[in-house]
Design a protein around this ligand. Structure first.
Ligand SMILES: *Cc1c(COP(=O)(O)O)cnc(C)c1O
Length: 403
């Protein structure tokens, strides 16, 4: 039986799926909705006030990522930005007869599913391996680029295992070979240092709800001179490249959250890194288990483990009863019984990938929370192994341990 903890805690440890809006972002949203509610395309004062707020927000985003304001396009979030980046690069490539795209096996589905659609339209896609450590090797990218390659799209940090890619180096290879480089930086913006100029990035996707801004708003950075393809036709908003009346309250709230995240970024990262490593050390004491992804080159908030002989879904449900919100991978794939494509990409076999747990710590995580999580995971894993037929077979030697 599971022991009820003496002091039950409530811990949200799924910040890679979404984050809670910060009080300052909520306040900015409310103030904007109340006071700057005009349509930015309207010529009278009420509209122009909204236009000014919008353009100030664009300047702020640009400054934070090292871009020019005209290179920032507001979108409905990360998925839209990813789709538009890929569609635009594909259109540019097709015009020149270049229809080869390079990406990785562990991208977000916003990328992978768009690539699938492009394959149906005659594009050829190469997915680079990410190896056991969950990191792309620059020399393998260099070797994969062909004369007909029109785009390389590699995420800055993975949303399931948190591994950080050598973006600057990958970008430099693309620059040298004259290939467009896009990065899905949804997990990185507000959490890792990013400068599109220094990091050789041509296109970058970001989403507000991953850094304590609202859901349904994000941005796409596109280097000057790269023509965008519209996903949404209509009015002339966003330099004619993304129609629809701008979500001014959402955009202002996003920028407020981004500024706060940026201001606290280094101290938060340093603090979380210590807590992350403490949690990794604690969970390593529940063998057979294994950390997924490189232990060091990963987001300060991310811990992802496989526990042999259990089923991730039951683990999550029991943890929820104990006050812990966690995930077995990406929020987008839960509900399906397929093991995570990310865990398969780093070489985990199906059985082991099923017993996975992703914990993504909040900025306000504490040592007490981390210890609570570790203690509860330990007892739930033991409990589940107690009546797992797979575990019994492993114990009786009818099945080989993998981890
Ligand atoms: C969350 C996420 C997305 C999707 O962003 P939305 O704003 O939810 O559409 C894309 N890529 C990565 C890596 C993500 O973590």
């Amino acid at each position: 039986m599971l022991k009820t903890p003496k002091k039950k805690m409530y811990i949200y440890a799924d910040n890679a799926a979404t984050t809670k809006m910060s009080p300052s972002a909520i306040a900015a949203m409310v103030v904007t909705a109340n006071e700057v509610w005009g349509n930015p395309s309207s010529l009278y004062t009420t509209g122009q006030k909204a236009k000014e707020a919008l353009e100030q927000a664009r300047k702020n985003v640009a400054q934070i990522i090292g871009a020019q304001p005209r290179e920032v396009y507001f979108t409905s979030g990360g998925s839209e930005a990813d789709n538009q980046a890929l569609r635009s690069a594909a259109a540019i490539g097709a015009k020149k007869g270049k229809k080869h795209i390079i990406s990785t096996a562990f991208e977000h589905h916003a990328i992978l599913h768009t690539l699938k659609a492009l394959e149906k339209e005659g594009f050829e896609v190469t997915l680079l391996p990410v190896h056991a450590e969950g990191i792309v090797r620059p020399e393998e990218l260099a070797a994969a680029i062909r004369p007909d390659t029109c785009l390389v799209s590699i995420m800055t940090a993975n949303n399931e295992i948190g591994t950080i890619q050598p973006i600057r180096e990958l970008g430099a290879i693309c620059r040298e070979k004259g290939v467009l480089f896009h990065t899905d930086a949804v997990q990185a913006v507000g959490h890792l240092p990013i400068n599109v100029a220094e990091d050789n990035i041509d296109m970058l996707s970001a989403s507000a709800h991953k850094f304590h801004g609202p859901k349904g708003v994000g941005f796409l950075y596109v280097k000057k001179g790269i023509p965008l393809t519209n996903l949404i036709e209509g009015g002339a908003q966003e330099r004619g490249k993304r129609a629809g009346t701008e979500n001014v309250p959402g955009i202002i709230a996003m920028v407020t959250a981004l500024k706060d995240a940026e201001a606290a970024r280094e101290t938060t990262a340093a603090r979380l890194t210590v807590l992350r490593d403490r949690l990794i050390a604690e969970l390593s004491r529940i063998p057979p288990s294994a950390l997924n992804g490189d232990p060091v080159r990963r987001l300060p908030s991310n811990v992802n483990f496989c526990f042999e002989g259990i089923e991730g879904e039951s683990l999550l449900l029991l943890l929820d009863d104990l006050g812990i919100s966690a995930s077995s991978g990406s929020a987008c794939t839960s509900g399906s019984l397929d093991p995570s494509h990310v865990l398969l990409a780093i070489g985990r076999v199906h059985d082991v990938a099923h017993g996975s747990l992703r914990l993504s710590l909040g900025d306000d995580a504490t040592e007490e929370q981390v210890d609570y999580i570790a203690a509860q995971v330990a007892q739930v894993v033991e409990h589940l192994r107690g009546f797992s037929p797979v575990w019994r077979d492993l114990k009786e030697g009818k099945r080989q341990f993998i981890l």
